[in-house]
Write a protein that binds this ligand. Structure first.
Ligand code: MOS
Length: 706
């Protein structure tokens, strides 16, 4: 038996990445390449009165300057998530209105990057300026409309008639806030558009959704889909910010058609703070009512977030709440306001992540109020069904996550009383929180070839943004075909390949590996039909033939009987030096339930990555705006703080559970975003335990500890 699934395999793409052989979007070298530099608005609200490009156009090397007066030809896409999707509904350069600071108002094309940048700075713009609204606390909130057509408002039971003072032994009503976070991937947003003629274009761009991006560009450009080729073999971090074309990319591809030269556009770090998405700040109020035993009588979750004037994107914080704890009365109230800021979007655990910060902090408060251990409180309120979908969860092992995590951490040694644990002069705090993320899956196809030399090839348009997708696909094929992993070659990230689905919502592995499994099984059947089994083995070894099959896999009808979700529990130790307001995370245990673990190394690495990003959110990351100019006051990776190695302790990750075969034939649910959910709550709960004073606003920066 060739047992590969479940073992620890190093990344197949690791060597190419560390040796610099992996080629990212903007690194593609093309003969005759020219460079575009974005011109961005220096005001946050108003309009362009005059724009003078004469001097820029006369600068040596400049080939074209595009503004709203001469925008490149572009068509409005259907923008419906199914066929096509762009991040900002407003097309770039469509008029002279300014909606946020940093908005793209022009593109300068020159023979070198430096000349394009220099010319961009010579464009004179006179604005009609209005005072921008960038303060979330003063914004005008309204009921949030849904993102995918599902109603975001929700009510069950008789929430209004629950009398919080008489029906419940304990109540909690607290408001929590989180700050705006920017994605800040290592690879900046950048692309190269290469038109072979006026009818067909190759776009080298990191994208989490190759086929979706292909369709979207086809609509934007008004050409048939097969005239667009997307190349995206590697992505240097995306986190939700590279799923659809942003305005700079639309401008690059359309301008390249006008000038008939291969064109590269790289978004600078500063431009990325306003033009390539962020997670909105949130203000969430949780109301809980529980009886003496800690059984929840009511949960109310109100969540405010902000969007930009050019797109509707509510941070869906309340989505995870009906999944967590059972209660007869529930009310979810998402609200949205418009600010003069760049467009927010999906960012690792969109909604679930800030939502879990509020809910899991409130559960901690309830535990204190009732004098019940926080782990025990969660066990007592676990729900066996998805309370909105009214479906039982498949292969749920949340309770084991809590119990095993507590055991590994040594939770039973914890002194219940805050400020009661010390190490020398330091206060020691122990906190915990649950983790949860929905398990998603879509249709995908893969083509598998077994070659005469005893190797195999898997082809699919999927992509690997650093998650380990190349590796789990190779492992799936290797185990099914009876080959070592190194004999399997995997090709991703090209729109001419079979539809590999989207690397979004933590679904790539669960979507793609069943298709790879099906294609491998088809290859084996074909081979076996033509040869007796032993003969087939010999044939494979002697390398006499090639067998090929393409197969697809999609969610089944059977799967509709269940709700699918992944689960986990985080345990955190912090130390606080009160004199100098120094907070350190000193110990971390995560126990996660994702069905079957395909690659123990990359799966654990995903959880670690989620944890580290969660520490950024808990302690460091915040993007604020100058109230007068409406410009972000962070502008690079030095002013925007996120964790370094020295901030990160040893992280102990383990997995529990059984394969979830109701979900897919591989039994695997997603293992990406769940890692970050609950992290900031576990930290905040530990900080409370250490200090006896709760901090309700993230990030927990030193000033808040004084
Ligand atoms: Mo994810 S936030 O769907 O890349």
């Amino acid at each position: 038996m060739n047992q590969i699934i479940g073992t620890s395999v190093s990344r197949k793409d690791g060597r190419a990445k560390v040796t610099g052989q992996a080629t990212y979007g903007a690194e593609h070298q093309i003969q005759g390449l020219v460079h575009g530099y974005l011109v961005t608005a220096t005001i946050a609200k108003g309009s362009i009165r005059t724009i003078d490009t004469q001097q820029a156009e006369a600068t040596p090397g400049v080939m074209a300057v595009f503004t709203h007066k001469n925008p490149p030809k572009v068509f409005k896409p259907s923008n419906n998530f199914i066929n096509s999707k762009i991040y900002e509904a407003r097309l770039p350069l469509s008029d002279n209105t300014i909606h946020y600071a940093g908005q793209i108002v022009g593109l300068v094309v020159a023979d070198t990057f430096e000349r394009a940048r220099d010319a961009a700075h010579q464009i004179e713009i006179e604005y009609e300026t209005q005072p921008p609204q960038v303060n979330a606390h003063k914004a005008n909130y309204q009921q949030a409309k849904s993102l995918f057509g599902e109603d975001m408002e929700y009510r069950s039971g008789e929430f209004e008639t629950v009398n919080f003072s008489t029906d419940a032994t304990a109540t909690v009503e607290v408001t929590y806030t989180t700050e705006m976070e920017i994605h800040a991937p290592m690879e900046p947003h950048a692309l190269v558009a290469h038109w072979e003629d006026r009818d067909s274009v190759t776009i080298y761009e990191p994208t989490q959704w190759v086929k979706g991006s292909q369709r979207t560009y086809a609509e934007l450009l008004g050409v048939p889909v097969d005239r667009i080729r997307i190349i995206s073999p590697y992505i240097g971090g995306a986190f939700g910010s590279k799923e659809f074309p942003w305005s700079h990319a639309i401008l690059c591809v359309t301008a390249a058609r006008e000038i008939q030269r291969p064109l590269k556009v790289v978004v600078s770090r500063r431009q990325m703070t306003t033009n390539t998405g962020h997670r909105s700040q949130t203000e969430q109020t949780i109301r809980l009512a529980a009886n003496q035993e800690g059984k929840l009588r009511a949960i109310e979750h109100t969540a405010k977030s902000c969007t930009s004037p050019v797109e509707v994107f509510p941070e869906p914080c309340t989505g995870i709440t009906p999944v967590m704890y059972t209660t007869p009365n529930m009310r979810l109230k998402p609200e949205l306001a418009v600010l003069n800021v760049g467009t927010p979007t999906f960012m690792r655990g969109p909604g679930e992540n800030p939502g879990m910060f509020a809910l899991e902090s409130a559960m901690d408060e309830l535990a204190w109020e009732l004098n019940i251990d926080p782990v025990e409180l969660r066990l007592r309120n676990e729900t066996k069904e998805h309370q909105r979908k009214k479906l039982p969860f498949s292969a749920k092992h949340f309770a084991e996550c809590l119990k095993i995590g507590a055991e590994k951490f040594g939770w039973s040694q914890r002194q219940m009383q805050p400020r009661s644990q010390r190490r020398g002069d330091l206060l020691v705090g122990w906190g915990m929180a649950s983790a949860a993320f929905p398990a998603l899956r879509s249709m995908a196809e893969a083509k598998v070839s077994l070659l005469p030399d005893g190797t195999a090839r898997v082809l699919t348009s999927a992509n690997d943004m650093g998650t380990g997708a190349y590796t789990v696909v190779a492992m799936t094929a290797a185990e099914t075909l009876g080959l070592p992993v190194k004999k399997v070659k995997v090709e991703f990230g090209d729109s001419v390949l079979p539809n590999g689905g989207m690397a979004g919502g933590s679904q790539m592995t669960a979507t793609l590996t069943p298709a790879v499994l099906a294609a491998c099984q088809k290859v084996l059947e074909t081979a076996k039909a033509q040869n007796a089994e032993e003969a087939f083995v010999k044939l494979r070894e002697s390398g006499l033939a090639t067998y090929e099959a393409t197969a697809s896999s999609a969610p089944s009808e059977d799967g509709k009987k269940f709700a699918f979700n992944s689960w986990g529990a985080h345990f955190c130790e912090v130390t606080v030096d009160e004199e100098i307001a120094r907070l350190r995370i000193t110990r971390w245990v995560s126990v996660i339930n994702i069905g079957r673990v395909l690659n123990s190394k990359t799966a654990a690495s995903q959880i670690r990555g989620g944890f580290i990003m969660g520490i950024g959110q808990a302690l460091m990351e915040e993007c604020h705006f100058d109230p007068n100019t409406g410009y972000p006051v962070v502008y690079d990776l030095a002013t925007y703080h996120y964790p370094a190695h020295a901030d990160i302790p040893r992280i102990e990750v383990s997995f529990v559970g059984e394969p979830d075969f109701n979900f897919n034939p591989m039994g695997v649910r997603g293992c990406g975003e769940i890692g970050i959910t609950g992290v900031s709550a576990a930290v905040a709960n530990a900080v409370y335990h250490a200090r006896g004073k709760r901090i309700l606003s993230l990030p927990i920066t030193p000033d808040k500890l004084l």
